[in-house]
Structures are given as structure tokens and as C-alpha cells.
Design a protein around this ligand. Structure first.
Ligand code: NAG
Ligand code: NAG
Length: 408
């Protein structure tokens, strides 16, 4: 319970307090200006890769609706035979850096070391993709009117096309973590022609419907309740990297003792603790990059997913739904629209993606090659991203599936 209180404070009381003594202008200023970037030395993706002996590049991608997204690429070693590109897609409130921030054993490095051409995406609105060809994220509410619907419809296809164009490959291997898995299914449902461009989909605890979710329930429902208020006070973006609330965490978590207590507590809030796997040293590293921000609207769609036994589009209420979708209920995504070969990983202690919800959509997917429940009973949601055992636990069973589709 104290965990939920802490998280609620963290997300809701802060903006609410500001709201009570600030005008709209001042508030949106406070909620969006990074104040502590200078206090924590945060190497960007390219510098972090270099620290670990890898060369990396940055690529900009413009979506059909004008969002400018950043992609990061880890170049394969010079003696590598050419393999298929691999696109890694992060989860809620994460960014490309989360695939390399945990240490030398991070997923991005493990995969790149095996000669894959690794691309890490960033969805709209996170700290690396706060850009648009005409909208200003500091001033235009319109910029923030998106949820994971738009990520799946526009961002994922644009990033897939970018990777294929830059590498001249015909297909890629897509690895989606949590929201990065759900958005893949949305792309398939809305743009089934993209199935042609994907050789293999690997889902690390992919997230779809969440009616059985135990974690986050309290605070996500809070966001839904306060949406109108947050909107009115100009809080359209939440948990931006370096903003006052996240900035304080970014700084505090650099202290090993604090990392072991406060930051560990916060990660335990969204998941069961697994201290052996995500150590205080890892907490220190990853909290430089999380949370990386998203729109309030996106969190509201997550909140809606707690109440639906289906995987559906954003619920605007009966009237607007009718106007937009032609029916009063939001329509369901179609899991059978594409036939991409699929491998799913899941851990028994995952409090974010419940086994029941996972197995619900698994039963609908037409081409599942394997469903791997990790043996370690403590394996949780965050381990899929940050565990120091990622290589042994996840990559080791994953690589034989990737090997089938390796060469271009
Ligand atoms: C991952 O494990 C393999 C096999 O044990 C090993 O060869 C490789 O060096 C490991 N990679 C990293 C980045 O630790
Ligand atoms: C889902 O897509 C498949 C393949 O295109 C189609 O046969 C099926 O009718 C669709 N289902 C729904 C509910 O639209």
C-alpha cells in the first residue's frame, strides 16, 4: 500500500499541488522544463554505446502524421558477416537507451555482439522523440493528443520502413517489450501489409488487454480520474526526463544507498522485487534514463485497458466513438490479421502483464512458434529489460529462432 501511495504522490499530487497555486502558463512551464539535466551526467545513446565499445548512429524518421522520431543503431563489428536487422521497441515511459543502460550485459549489446544490426526505436512523445514538423510540444496540446493507438498505426510502420531502407534488407526481426509488443499487434491489425516486412516477432511480455493486471492499478485509475483537471492545467505530458519529479529521482538514484532503498522501492511498486537480478548498481544506471515521458492520453488508454476484457482502441465515450469509429464501443484490434512467426517470453512474477491476459491473446495468434515461461520463478516484468541475467535467461533460448532468419 505504501508503494501505491508513493507512486500516487509521485504522479498525481505533484501536478495537483502545482495546479492549486499556479496559473496555467506557469504550470505548463514547470511541468515541461528540464531543470536537473546538468546535475546528472547522462550520456546519450551514442556515448553510452561508445563507453561499452560499440559504434552507434542516430537516424531521424518522420511519420505520416508529422512526428519526428529518433532511432539509434548499434553497428555490427567490422568482422561480422551480414545478418538481418533487428528492431528493438521499448515499453511505456522508456526510450532507446533502456536497451543498453543496465550494463555490458544489456540486451542491445548482447544482440549486437552476435553480429546483428541492432536498431532501437523511440515512440512519439518520449524524451528522444519530442519533435514534430509543425507542432510545438512545449505549446501545442495537439502534439500530446496521442496514445499507443497512434504509436502502432504510425510510429512502428515508419521505423520499420526506415530500418529496411537504411539496410536494404527485405525483412527484419522485431523484438517488442511490453508496450513495444502491443504496438506491434496494432500495426499488424491496422496495416496487415507490414507482415511482409517482418521475418520474426519476439515478444518480451507484450502488453495488450490488462484486465487482470495487479500492478499500477491504483495510480493509472488516478490518472483517468484526474484527466480533465490535468488537461485544464496544461499537464499533457507526464514524467518527462529531467522534469522536476523525474529529475529528483534521476539525481537521488545516483546515490547507491538511495538506489538500494527508494529506487528499488519504486521499481518494486510496478513489479515484484528481484534484487539478485536488478542490483542497486543497475538501479543507479537505469534511473538516469527512466522515466522518459509520455502523454497523459497514453496513460489514460492504459487505464482504460484495466477495465476491458478485449484489446481495443482508445475509448472517447459513446458519442465521439460513434463519430470516429461508427459504433459506440471502441473497436477491437484484430490479432489474426497477420501471420508473422512469433515467439513469446514471459516470467511468472510479472505483475504488469498477467499470465491470464497473455494467454488470452496467445490463443488468438495464428503462428506461435514457442511460448517460453522463464524457469526462474522470480522473473518479473522489468527483468525483461534490465536483468543482469538477460543473456543466459532470454537470449540463450531466443537465439535459435533468430538464427533461422539470420541472413539477408
Ligand atoms: C552472452 O553469452 C554468450 C554465450 O555464453 C557469450 O559468448 C557472450 O559473450 C555473452 N554476451 C555478453 C554481452 O555478455
Ligand atoms: C481479421 O483479419 C483476418 C485476416 O485479414 C480476417 O480474415 C478476419 O475476418 C478479421 N477479423 C475481424 C474480426 O475483422
Amino acid at each position: 500500500m505504501s508503494h501505491y501511495l508513493l507512486m500516487s504522490l509521485f504522479l498525481l499530487v505533484f501536478p495537483k499541488c502545482w495546479a492549486s497555486f499556479n496559473t496555467l502558463g506557469v504550470l505548463s512551464e514547470i511541468s515541461s522544463q528540464p531543470i536537473v539535466n546538468d546535475l546528472v551526467e547522462t550520456p546519450d545513446f551514442i556515448a553510452l554505446a561508445a563507453e561499452n565499445g560499440f559504434r552507434a548512429e542516430k537516424h531521424d524518421v518522420v511519420t505520416e502524421d508529422g512526428y519526428v522520431l529518433t532511432m539509434h543503431r548499434i553497428l555490427p563489428g567490422e568482422n561480422c558477416a551480414r545478418k538481418k536487422p533487428v528492431l528493438l521497441m521499448h515499453g511505456l515511459l522508456q526510450s532507446s537507451e533502456d536497451f543498453i543502460s543496465s550494463g555490458p550485459f544489456a540486451p542491445g549489446f548482447v544482440i549486437a555482439e552476435q553480429c546483428y544490426d541492432v536498431w532501437c526505436g523511440n515512440v512519439r512523445g518520449n524524451s528522444n522523440s519530442r519533435k514534430h514538423i509543425s507542432l510545438n510540444p512545449e505549446k501545442d496540446l495537439e502534439f500530446w493528443k496521442f496514445s499507443y493507438d497512434e504509436m502502432g498505426l504510425y510510429d512502428i510502420p515508419a521505423m520499420v520502413d526506415c530500418v529496411l531502407k537504411q539496410t536494404s534488407a527485405e525483412k527484419l526481426i522485431y523484438i517488442g517489450y511490453s508496450q513495444g509488443g502491443g504496438t506491434f499487434f496494432i500495426m499488424n491489425s491496422e496495416k496487415p501489409e507490414y507482415a511482409e516486412k517482418i521475418a520474426l516477432f519476439i515478444g518480451l511480455s507484450p502488453n495488450t488487454r490488462n484486465i487482470n493486471m495487479k500492478s499500477l492499478v491504483g495510480y493509472l485509475k488516478g490518472v483517468k480520474t484526474f484527466q480533465a483537471e490535468l488537461d485544464a492545467f496544461g499537464v499533457w505530458e507526464i514524467l518527462r526526463r529531467g522534469s522536476p519529479v523525474t529529475g529528483v529521482l534521476n539525481v537521488l538514484c545516483q546515490n547507491k544507498l538511495v538506489a538500494g532503498i527508494l529506487c528499488e522501492t519504486i521499481t518494486s511498486t510496478i513489479d515484484t522485487p528481484h534484487l539478485e537480478s536488478i542490483t542497486p548498481e543497475i538501479e543507479q544506471r537505469i534511473w538516469k534514463y527512466i522515466p522518459a515521458g509520455t502523454s497523459v492520453t497514453n496513460l489514460v488508454q492504459f487505464a482504460q485497458s484495466l477495465d476491458s476484457d478485449k484489446f481495443v482502441k482508445y475509448d472517447h465515450g459513446p458519442e465521439k466513438n460513434k463519430e470516429l469509429y461508427g459504433c459506440s464501443e471502441p473497436p477491437e484490434y484484430n490479432f489474426t490479421a497477420s501471420n508473422v512467426p512469433t515467439v513469446i517470453f514471459h516470467g511468472l512474477s510479472d505483475q504488469f502483464v498477467n499470465t491470464k491476459d497473455l494467454e488470452w491473446f496467445l490463443a488468438k495468434l495464428p503462428n506461435v512458434l514457442d511460448y517460453i515461461q522463464v524457469e526462474d520463478p522470480l522473473w518479473n516484468h522489468l527483468d525483461m529489460s534490465y536483468s543482469r541475467f538477460w543473456n543466459e535467461t532470454i537470449f540463450s533460448p531466443m537465439k535459435k529462432y533468430m538464427a533461422k532468419y539470420d541472413y539477408i
